[in-house]
Structures are given as structure tokens and as C-alpha cells.
Design a protein around this ligand. Structure first.
Ligand code: KG4
Ligand code: ZN
Length: 353
């Protein structure tokens, strides 16, 4: 087959060919594992859009004690959880290994020790059950989360905002995700988590800051918007420092920090920067579809700003909350739609893009 939306994978034991991709006529059921950071997840997804099982074991409670993710601890917790979540995914879906077409896992970017747990479990399953293995890029997968439960088709502009990345991606077709802008320092989620910590909010800070912000005045403090060279690039480390200086000043002058107002002002500043640049990219390329992805796509203010664009002729997509933060359904979806760009059993983990 020469169709670009289909890739031939080999079964590891029998060597038989299996064709994967959205242009294959038969149903394709992919089981996927995700373990790049602090969630161990397993999912089973039919034809890239229909979730048959979605299981996530979160490590939030463990890492809260340390105020952030400790890589060695994360890897050990993945090991404890991985077999249980696989069993649970089979139970949820009512399927048997024989019903699965292929097995996928995240190969990077992420914490190497954590990635190895999911990848090796998936490769072992692939060999045991003689299924093709598909190695998936975590960032592509956050964008593909938008295909779940929708009929979305490219072209689209994607805003990917997670704990480790902030990118504007031009998606011309299923296979082509071109990064046209990204942060030159802190990621959006990282900025959220650092500011949340300054305000004394528990890990994971982003969600807690988002819950606090609606109680404050977004115009209380004017925070700086960094000037960056690249038209669609971002910089958030100055913003984080500005919040640090502001909180120190407020504490010195008033003896206390009006946390709600600081949270609201920070949220307004960072979400309006993300919004403006993404819309500018959509305008430049004449693309009327914008999709959000990554943990910060769960943010209430980001969703509000973008969904308001639907009155101006845009179509906006954002994954359901459970598919914004790390999950394995998006990995399975990515393995299906981007099969042709993905590697098989020989692939190893990587920490950074
Ligand atoms: O995509 P994700 O689950 O993991 C990575 O791939 O990094 O994103 C996690 C990030 C964390 O920084 C977390 O604080 C942030 O997403 N986050 C939020 C919200 N929910 C999660 N940030 C702002 N508002 C939220 N509602
Ligand atoms: Zn992620």
C-alpha cells in the first residue's frame, strides 16, 4: 500500500503484516500505555476516536509531599501501578488480548526512568501476544486528544500548553504537525506551578491557581508581557519573576498578599498572551479551526477566551478534562492517526525533543 495514512507494521513473532491508519477499512483497536511523568495510564481506543477503556493512576498524592515530581519516586510508582491498570483496562473494555490490533506506548519526551516502565511493559505485551508495537511522541498525542469523541479533521492551529511545553502547531493534515512557535524558557504549566507555589498553593499548582483566580480581580496588578523575537514564540520566566517581586513588595508594604488578586492578574496576563498569539497564527495562515491540548487546556480562563471565538466564525475544540492532562487514550489516538510517522519495536525512550 502507498497510502500515506496507512503504515505496515510487523507482528514481532509471526512477522505477519498489520496495516494501521485512518484509511484502513477494518476496525483498528489500539491499546496504549502512558508513563512519561506522574500518571500511569492505560487505554483501549477504537479507530482513534472511540474510547473503550481509559484508566489513570495518578501520583499526585505522593508528589504533593515533595511539592513537585521526584523522578526516582515516579518511576517506582509506575512500576507498582502498571500491571494493575492494564488489567483494569481489559476489564473496563470487556475485551481480550486477541481483540487488540496493536500496542502503543509513549516514548518521549518525559522522564526517562518513568518512560521505560510503560515502554517495556508495552513491548513485553506486544511480544507475548504477537501484536505490532507503536512508539508514540507525547506532544503529538496531546494534539490528537482532540480527535477523541469528535469528527475533527485538519487543517487546524493547535495550542499545546502542558507542564513541560508550550507550542503553537500548524496541523495541515493528520501527518503534518509543524511547530511554528514555542516558549524560549518556562512552559505555561511550569509558570502556573511556580506562581502557585509562591502563593502557597499545593501541588499540582495550576489547577489550584485556576480555582482561586475567579475570586480575584484580574486587573488588580499589571504584569509584564515579554517581548520575544519569534512571531509566535513565548517567554514566561520574566512573568514569574515579576510575580515574585510583586508578592515580596505586597508582603513588605501590607504584611499580607491578596492571593486571589495576584492569581487573577497572573491568569489574565498569561492566558491573554497565549490567546493573542494563537489567534494571530490562525489569521496569518487563514485557518478557522483552533484546538487546545495539554494539561493547561483544562484551564477555565483559556477555554473561556477561546470558545468565545466561536461567535467570530471559528471552530474551537478542547479535549474533555480527563483527556487534557496526561492519559493513554490520546496515545492510542496518536498511534492511529499518525501511524505513518511512528516507529516500531526498535525505538527507545528520549527525554527531550
Ligand atoms: O499535560 P500535563 O498533564 O503533563 C505534561 O505533559 O506536562 O500537564 C500538567 C500541567 C501542570 O503544570 C499542571 O499544573 C497544569 O498542567 N494544569 C493546569 C490546570 N490543570 C492542570 N494549569 C492551569 N489550569 C488548570 N486548570
Ligand atoms: Zn502531557
Amino acid at each position: 500500500m502507498t497510502n500515506k495514512l496507512v503504515k505496515e507494521f510487523k507482528k514481532p513473532i509471526s512477522g505477519e503484516s498489520v496495516f494501521i491508519g485512518p484509511d484502513v477499512d477494518e476496525d483498528i483497536i489500539i491499546m496504549a500505555l502512558e508513563s512519561s511523568c506522574d500518571e500511569t495510564a492505560c487505554a483501549i481506543v477504537k479507530n482513534g476516536r472511540e474510547v473503550l477503556a481509559n484508566v489513570v493512576a495518578s501520583q499526585i498524592k505522593t508528589h504533593r509531599e515533595f511539592g513537585g515530581v521526584v523522578p526516582e519516586v515516579a518511576a517506582r510508582e509506575h512500576l507498582d501501578a502498571v500491571n494493575l491498570i492494564i488489567e483494569e483496562a481489559f476489564e473496563q473494555s470487556g475485551l481480550k488480548p486477541a481483540d487488540i490490533t496493536a500496542i502503543a506506548a509513549t516514548v518521549g519526551p518525559g522522564l526517562v526512568g518513568s518512560l521505560l516502565v510503560g515502554l517495556n511493559a508495552a513491548k513485553a505485551l506486544a511480544v507475548t501476544y504477537d501484536k505490532p508495537f507503536i512508539g508514540v511522541n507525547h506532544l503529538n498525542a496531546h494534539v490528537c486528544a482532540n480527535y477523541i469523541d469528535t469528527d475533527l479533521k485538519p487543517p487546524m492551529i493547535a495550542l499545546l500548553v502542558s507542564g513541560g511545553h508550550t507550542q503553537i502547531i500548524k496541523v495541515d493534515d493528520y501527518l503534518n504537525q509543524q511547530i511554528i512557535g514555542e516558549t524560549i524558557d518556562d512552559a505555561t504549566g511550569e509558570a502556573y506551578d511556580k506562581v502557585a507555589r509562591l502563593l502557597g498553593l499545593p501541588y499540582p499548582g495550576g489547577l489550584n491557581l485556576d480555582r482561586m483566580a475567579p475570586n480575584g480581580n484580574p486587573k488588580a496588578y499589571k504584569l509584564p508581557e515579554a517581548k520575544v523575537q519569534g512571531e509566535f514564540d513565548f517567554s514566561f520566566s520574566g512573568l514569574k519573576t515579576a510575580v515574585l517581586n510583586l508578592t515580596r513588595k505586597l508582603e513588605k508594604e501590607h504584611g499580607a498578599i491578596p492571593k486571589e488578586d495576584v492569581a487573577a492578574s497572573f491568569q489574565e496576563c498569561i492566558t491573554s498572551t497565549l490567546f493573542k498569539k494563537t489567534v494571530k497564527a490562525a489569521e496569518k495562515y487563514g485557518i478557522k479551526q483552533i484546538v487546545l491540548g495539554g494539561g493547561v487546556a483544562a484551564n477555565s480562563e483559556i477555554r473561556k477566551k477561546f470558545f468565545a471565538l466561536e461567535d467570530k466564525g471559528y471552530k474551537i475544540f478542547a479535549p474533555a478534562m480527563k483527556y487534557c492532562t496526561d492519559n493513554a487514550s490520546m496515545i492510542a489516538s496518536s498511534a492511529y492517526f499518525l501511524a505513518n510517522t511512528m516507529d516500531s519495536l526498535e525505538i527507545e525512550v528520549f527525554s527531550r525533543c
